[in-house]
Design a protein around this ligand. Structure first.
Ligand SMILES: *[C@@H]1O[C@H](CO)[C@@H](O)[C@H](O)[C@H]1NC(C)=O
Ligand SMILES: *[C@@H]1O[C@H](CO)[C@@H](O)[C@H](O)[C@H]1NC(C)=O
Ligand SMILES: *[C@@H]1O[C@H](CO)[C@@H](O)[C@H](O)[C@H]1NC(C)=O
Ligand SMILES: *[C@@H]1O[C@H](CO)[C@@H](O)[C@H](O)[C@H]1NC(C)=O
Ligand SMILES: *[C@@H]1O[C@H](CO)[C@@H](O)[C@H](O)[C@H]1NC(C)=O
Length: 392
């Protein structure tokens, strides 16, 4: 009897906590959509982290926010890494959870191990005396407006700024992966030291890429630019992000992968059919995003595909080989610059009051939350958030 009522009280307590913690969020989202940037707008850090990359996340505009998110991600990463790689260390606490004592934990306890740190960081961001977005923008503006420093932030300056942050993020994650894989701690990864990510190893072999060449020796060898059998940080970063490499071998490997993936009749090359039903859409979408939508041949879907195909088919054998895909590989696998440019275009389109295609400090101060929108919650489906879809 008393036990039942204790459970009831706990359940009600948890529900109340849930309502308290969720309703302000709904409210602030609402404010954002309809009230623009008012003072009750709450800045949020992103809280999701997944080993299995599914989409391209926007990069935080402000290095201070990036730093907070990075520290938080590191902790989350560490926890998941230990769960994946050393289950014996967590089995004890998990047993406790599943044997009935779990009611003591609030829901979401497991997924929010650093909840307090997280809330502290968010409280900091939302304390206007400590984190004043106007002051942040005044401080950051001259760092972005550099080529030339003329009082205007242009698309290319903003793209460059985003690229710098993105590169920092990427190399940080690579360094973290490297520390894990580099068993003998010599600063290099050998092929025998490297193990594919656990989400690849644990899935059936149909998971993305593994049945093809990703994480295999050919991929490793192509990344090893100086051919010494070891990957240093740069080479390992290229291995993980081949679309961003300048290493021609690795780009060619990426083309080979593309052929393997698209080659449905397994003849080792890409026919027009295979090109048209797969690759061409990827390239065309890229072109539409990147250029303008005044396509003269919207009504003739096969026309432009045929045209591009014959342009690429240098030896006129009616098929595309790996080498023949090289000119479009950066369109099939967009690089960081592509995403950075998208993000810059979005920001400018939202904050450019006088529509001259560039931003003044005054325009930025007028729309501060455009610059901090990358840290808003992503589970929102409202139209205003269509922006995030571009990065999926
Ligand atoms: C934020 O900074 C601006 C400019 O320095 C200032 O006018 C404003 O009062 C500050 N806001 C708060 C809440 O301190
Ligand atoms: C997937 O294939 C690799 C070799 O290609 C093999 O070592 C591994 O055991 C396979 N995994 C599963 C879950 O079948
Ligand atoms: C990768 O390179 C090593 C020598 O560095 C060679 O022994 C091995 O056969 C190569 N593997 C593949 C798949 O090309
Ligand atoms: C890694 O080696 C390449 C040559 O393969 C070199 O260009 C690069 O600077 C090296 N990177 C580091 C971090 O040492
Ligand atoms: C848009 O595309 C048309 C036709 O492809 C081209 O003539 C025009 O220069 C493009 N405009 C811009 C701004 O790129």
């Amino acid at each position: 009897m008393s036990k039942a009522s204790v459970i009831l009280y706990i359940t009600v307590g948890i529900l109340v906590l849930f309502l308290i913690s969720y309703s302000p969020k709904k409210k602030s989202d609402h404010d954002h959509h309809h009230g623009g940037h008012n003072q009750h707008h709450r800045l949020k850090l992103r809280s999701s982290f997944n080993f299995k990359p599914t989409r391209h996340d926007p990069v935080p505009f402000d290095p201070l926010v990036a730093d907070m998110e990075r520290r938080r991600e590191d902790k989350e990463w560490e926890r998941q890494y230990i769960e994946h790689s050393h289950p014996e260390l967590v089995s004890h606490s998990q047993k406790e959870t599943t044997s009935g004592a779990g009611h003591e934990h609030a829901p979401g306890h497991e997924s929010q191990p650093e909840w307090e740190d997280f809330m502290d960081a968010e409280d900091y961001l939302n304390n206007e005396e400590k984190f004043n977005v106007t002051d942040r923008l005044i401080l950051l503006f001259p760092k972005i407006d550099v080529s030339p420093a003329d009082g205007f932030v242009t698309e290319s300056e903003l793209t460059e700024w985003t690229m710098q942050s993105a590169a920092k993020e990427v190399i940080h994650r690579t360094q973290r992966d490297m520390d894990v894989h580099d068993r003998n701690k010599d600063g290099f990864i050998s092929f025998s030291e490297y193990e594919p990510p656990s989400w690849v190893r644990n899935s059936d072999n149909n998971s993305f890429g593994y049945d093809m060449g990703w994480w295999k020796e050919e991929h490793f060898n192509a990344s090893d630019a100086n051919g010494d059998g070891l990957l240093n940080l740069t080479e390992f970063n290229d291995f993980l992000h081949p679309a961003d490499t300048k290493n021609p071998n690795l780009l060619l490997w990426l083309c080979k992968e593309e052929v393997r993936e698209r080659d449905s009749d397994k003849d080792g090359k890409i026919s027009f059919e295979e090109f048209f039903h797969g690759l061409f859409d990827t390239v065309r979408n890229y072109e539409e995003d990147n250029h303008n939508s005044t396509h003269p041949y919207h009504d003739l879907p096969e026309g432009p595909a045929k045209q591009l195909f014959s342009q690429l088919d240098k030896n006129d054998d009616g098929y595309l080989s790996d080498v023949e895909l090289l000119p479009i590989i950066s369109k099939i696998h967009p690089d960081e610059r592509y995403y950075a440019k998208q993000q810059a275009d979005y920001i400018i389109s939202q904050a450019d009051s006088d529509k001259d295609g560039r931003l003044t400090l005054a325009e930025m101060i007028e729309h501060p939350y455009v610059f901090y929108s990358a840290i808003f919650d992503e589970d929102d489906t409202d139209d205003d958030y269509g922006y995030h879809d571009e990065f999926r």
